[in-house]
Every structure is written in C-alpha cells, then in structure tokens.
Design a protein around this ligand. Structure first.
Ligand SMILES: Cc1ncc(C[n+]2csc(CCOP(=O)(O)OP(=O)(O)O)c2C)c(N)n1
Length: 609
C-alpha cells in the first residue's frame, strides 16, 4: 500500500490500518525521510530508528488527548509528518521553514520544545502534575544516552516517588548516543539487551501469546530477569520495567504499548532499535556520521569534503599536535563526532574522556582533574549553558587552569534557536578570572590554542561552526591582544573572529575610510585597547554576532563612558529578546540587523552630527 505523506492532516487514520499496512507506512516514511534529509540535511539515523516507536505511539494513544514528549526532539520527524507537516519537509531547517526539532509555533501537537537533551522526563512530570483530565496519558520518548544525563535521572528519581501520576516512558535503546553510548547505565542496558534468550522470550510472548498466558509470563518473568540480569535500576526507582522488546517490529511495539497503557503505574518500556534502520549506510555507521548530516547523495552516502576543513577539525588537529609534546586530558560530553576527535581517540585513547551527555559532570571533572594535571574541556557554546554553575563556581571562581574550547560560537546556521552560540560570551563575561579569546581565521585560532594553552587561569577560546578551504597554516604572533588590520581617518571599527574579514570586505567594497581592529582577547578587554581608542579620539563601532547583553561592545562602551569619552559609540550585536531560528548565517545576520547593509548604515551614523 502506498501513502501520500504530503496529504496527511491528522494521524487518526493509522488506527484503522492493519499490521501489514502499518509496515508499508513505515517503509514509506523511511523513504520520505531519507529523501528529504538528503536534500536539506538534518537528523537522519535517529529518525530512521524510531519510525515504529512513533507510529506505535500514535496508534495506541490519542495525540488529541494524550501528550507526547520527545527528548531532544531530533527524532520527531515521523510525529511531524503524521500531524500534518509532511508537506513542509522541502523547507526543513530553512529560514521560515520547518524546524528540525519540536516547535510550539509549528504545531499544537508539539508539547515540549528543547533541542537540548534529557529534559523530557522533567517536562513529563510537569504535565502530569498539572493534568486536569485524569484520562490524559503523558508519554515520553527518550534515548538510551539521554536518559543517563543528570536531569533525566533526577526526574526519574522524582517521578518514581510520586503516587498516582503514572508516567509512561518509552526508552529507545540503540546503544548509540551520537557515537557509542557511555557509562555504567549503558553497560547495564547492554546486559539487558544482549541477554539474547531473555529478549527473544520477551519478544515471543509480546508477539504471540494471548493475554492470560502473557500475564503468567509477566509474573514469572521477574525471577527469570532476576536470574539473568540480577538487577534493574528502573525498578529500584519505583517503575515497572517492561522489555527489552524489538522496537522496529510494529506488532510488538503496539502490543507492548497497549500493555503499558493498561498498567496504570509508572512504567518504562524498553525497546531495542537499530539506529539508521532502512538505510544501509546509516545502519553500518559506527561513528555517528549519519546522526546529523548536511545534504548528501542518497546513492553514494555522506562524503567528507576533503578540500575544506572545519574549525572543529582544525582544533582537534591542533590538540593532537600539542599532545605529541605534552600530556594532558581532553574531556568531551558525547561530542567525539561533532568535535571531530576520532583521530585523537585513536592516537591517545587514555587521554580522551567521553562522559556522555553530561556537560555538568564534564566541567566539574575538569576542575578537579586540573588540580593535578593539564585539562582541556571541549563544549559546544549552546550546551556549555548546561554547565553554567560548574564553569562559574568550580572552574572560574577557583581560578582553575582549564582550557575551555567553545565550538559553534556566534550565529549557528540551520539548527535554530536552541542551538545558537550567542549566549556563551555573556555567560563567561560575568565569571571571575577567565580570559576569553577568538581568532580571526584558522591560523590565528591554532596559534591562540598553542600560545594560551599553558596559562595558569581558566581560558576560553571560541570558534564558529565554519569550514574553510584547506591551506598552509601560518604561525601568527598572538602575543598582542589586538591588531590594526587597516587604518582609516574617520573612525574605529572593532570586531573579532571571522567577523573581522566580513567587516573588512564591507569597508573595502564601499571605500570606507575607517580603521579596523581585530581583537583577539575579548575579556579582559584586550590590553591597551581602551587607551588606544582614547588616544585616537574618534567615533567607535563594535561589531559582533552575539547577544548584546554581556557583549564586548557593552564592555567597551561602559569603559569609555567612565573615561569621559565624547565620541559616538555604536555597538552592533543581537538585540535583547531576539532569538534566531533556522536559516543561513547571512539570513540570520539580516534578521538580527547585522548584515553588510546595516554595517554601512551604522558606519554612516558614526560621523553624523
Ligand atoms: C545538552 C545536550 N548535549 C548534547 C546534545 C547533542 N545531542 C543531540 S542528540 C544526541 C544523542 C542522543 O542520543 P540518544 O538519546 O541515545 O538518542 P538517539 O539519537 O541515539 O536516538 C546528542 C549528544 C544535546 N542535544 N543536548
């Protein structure tokens, strides 16, 4: 049977389908997802792996009454299609297009938007505590890596102790985060998963037996489970545990979800799925290449562009260079793939610590380890927010010499407002003892990492999610905190990172006679910069791609105000309350009034009486 997924307006129709028709629908959904993601990029493997689970949720529960909560919500494409958004997939992750995550704006069937991992169980508790219709079920879908994060475990612990709220948690266990999952719990799942006899018996009973026999099995199952698996921490936390079941078998999924629905107790239904199911390249992927992808050829699979190099890889290569000379530990929270640390892992496996999706743990660990050895911590700007207290209280307050590498800083294209790198500067700006750097290009970035590596205080080095043509890198003298890129008579323009050359091209193309300053140290404000501005005594414009509160512009303006500076100061940054959706960097700069037209407009204002 064929389905036109663009025509689906409401998921209710699936309740009338036979198992064979549901299998056809699953296959159609997979083809559709592979096709659309190959054209637009997006989260591929997680969506392919969870097709039957989400079909099962919509089959067994009623999304008009019940609330579905997707963890991260990177795997919610099937839910989007079934709730009427199939027709919008040509604009997936484009400006004004469909978000790659659940979105309140997009649909009244999306009850939790996060983009950040492991919040679904807390959200589920919130919905259950505020429920007025006692027939409403609240069901969360969470991956095996995300359930091991601190907040997820806190929510489990909390919900397990509550009477009468009966959460249903669907655990989607593919033994993968982006790369293979980490930690004790992952080993414990793996014990559950690989107890083949147990799983096969489970699936057999879920699939074949009438309810009465299944109930008998359910009763004796505890002792089999105890014998084979010894313990199960979900049960210790107050949940009824069901599974593990084959989560890519729609018949089994439906039967087990129906059983969970009837149970009326807090329960976890554990499904084992195949990440990337239905697309052989993704099924065979061991490193997470198909977790999130850029557009690619369906026939050839994802190809790595050898002519360019991302900032992430450049940083990883620089760390390898340093590691060859000097021992240090490198901590990453589940981002071996995103931070391109595969080579580092291969060369120095015992120096690379992957703590799973636990940014708080990563930062706290970095602080204590740094008391005895050199530590580098890599974090995406947006996920660094999760570790705010540990960065502030444990690393910066204590002046611990941790090098913190902030990837995906500044405006981030395509992922939307949950993944922007525009807040970390404000966050670090208020922390004591920390120095914050950014390089104008890859040569500068590499030199900054090498030069600032041995500082005895917390050091942040930011870089964007960008790739550049491969070229021979130069050693740049970064001992000066700022450099004059070009001199002009009418005023002074200050920027940092790749924005320096963005502004430079704007000045050159329009013959604007202004001095351009590349700042390498953002905090404390580059040594000598304020004195230089006072001495020059000209209007100043500061151009950044971060949130205005806590920006360099704000810091320079307040410093100059204290010095009784009389010239005009304009700070171009992202205004309060503006969040940046999906789009190219240029589209987002335009939305934030930070494109070249706006730069020119503001430069003209500098000298206006
Ligand atoms: C706080 C936070 N850290 C990191 C990420 C990046 N991230 C997105 S999905 C993902 C892996 C999730 O693994 P799992 O929960 O097992 O789901 P799967 O994708 O395997 O289905 C990671 C690390 C994130 N979204 N949020």
């Amino acid at each position: 049977m064929k389905f036109d997924l663009n025509e689906i307006k409401d998921p209710s129709f699936i309740k009338d389908l036979t198992i064979d028709e549901l299998k056809d629908l699953a296959s159609c959904l997979r083809d559709f997802i592979i096709d659309k993601v190959s054209k637009n990029g997006g989260h591929l493997a997680s969506n392919l792996g969870s097709v039957e689970l989400i079909l099962g949720m919509h089959y067994v529960f009623d999304c008009h009454v019940d609330k579905f909560i997707f963890d991260v919500s990177h795997q919610a494409y099937v839910h989007k299609i079934l709730t009427g958004r199939g027709k919008d997939f040509d604009n997936l992750r484009k400006y004004n297009g469909l978000s790659g995550f659940a979105s309140y704006k997009e649909s009244s069937f999306d009850h939790w938007e996060s983009g950040h991992s492991s919040t679904s169980l807390a959200a589920q508790a919130g919905y259950l505590l505020t429920r007025t219709n006692k027939d409403e079920k609240v069901i969360s879908l969470i991956g095996d890596a995300s359930i091991n994060n601190g907040i997820a475990l806190e929510a489990l612990n909390y919900m397990g102790s509550l009477k009468g709220i009966n959460p249903i948690i669907i655990l989607n266990d593919n033994n993968m985060s982006i790369s293979p999952s980490k930690g004790f719990a992952s080993r414990s799942f793996s014990k559950l998963r690989t107890s083949n006899l147990y799983q096969k018996t489970n699936n057999f009973f879920a699939n074949h037996t009438p309810t009465a026999i299944r109930n008998v099995f359910h009763r004796i199952k505890g002792s089999i489970k105890g014998f084979i698996l010894q313990d199960n921490y979900f049960e210790d936390m107050g949940f009824d545990y069901m599974g593990p079941y084959d989560g890519n078998n729609i018949k089994i999924v439906i039967k087990s979800l129906k059983a969970a629905k009837k149970l009326n107790k807090p329960c976890i239904v554990h499904f084992v799925t195949k990440k990337g199911k239905g697309y052989s390249f993704a099924e065979n992927d061991k490193i997470g290449l198909y977790h999130g992808v850029n557009p690619f050829s369906k026939e050839e699979g994802v190809k790595i562009d050898e002519s360019t190099i991302s900032n992430s890889l450049l940083v990883a290569n620089t760390l390898l260079e340093i590691r060859k000379q000097k021992e240090f530990s490198l901590i990453t929270p589940a981002m071996i793939r995103g931070s391109e640390l595969e080579e580092f892992l291969k060369e120095y496996p015992s120096s690379l610590i992957d703590v799973g999706i636990n940014e708080e743990l990563a930062a706290c660990l970095a602080s204590s380890m740094s008391r005895r050895q050199k530590v580098v911590l890599t974090l995406y700007s947006t996920f660094a927010q999760r570790s705010f207290d540990f960065l502030l209280n444990d690393i910066c307050r204590t002046n611990s010499p941790v090098t913190i590498l902030i990837d995906r800083a500044d405006i981030v294209p395509t992922d939307g407002d949950t993944h922007q790198g525009i807040y970390d500067l404000a966050m670090f700006s208020l922390m004591p003892n920390v120095s914050i750097y950014q390089g104008r290009n890859q040569s500068e970035l590499r030199s900054l990492i090498k030069e600032k590596f041995n500082l005895s205080s917390p050091t942040v080095i930011r870089y964007s999610k960008d790739s550049f043509k491969k070229e021979i890198l130069k050693d740049v003298d970064v001992s000066k905190d700022f450099e004059i890129v070009k001199e002009g008579k009418l005023g002074l323009i200050i920027s940092y990172g790749e924005n320096v050359d963005y502004v430079l091209s704007c000045l050159d193309d329009n013959d604007l006679d202004y001095t351009l300053i590349n700042v390498r140290r953002i905090k404390p404000i580059a040594k000598g910069l304020i004195d230089y501005l006072i001495k020059e005594d000209k209007p100043v414009l500061i151009y950044e791609n971060v949130y205005k509160n806590g920006s360099l512009g704000e810091a320079i303006a307040s410093n100059l105000a204290f010095m009784n500076f009389k010239n005009r100061i304009i700070a171009m940054a992202i205004d309060d309350n503006l969040t940046l959706p999906c789009g190219t960097r240029e589209e987002l700069r335009t939305l934030a009034k930070l494109n070249k037209d706006e730069i020119i407009k503001n430069i003209k204002l500098l000298n206006k009486n």
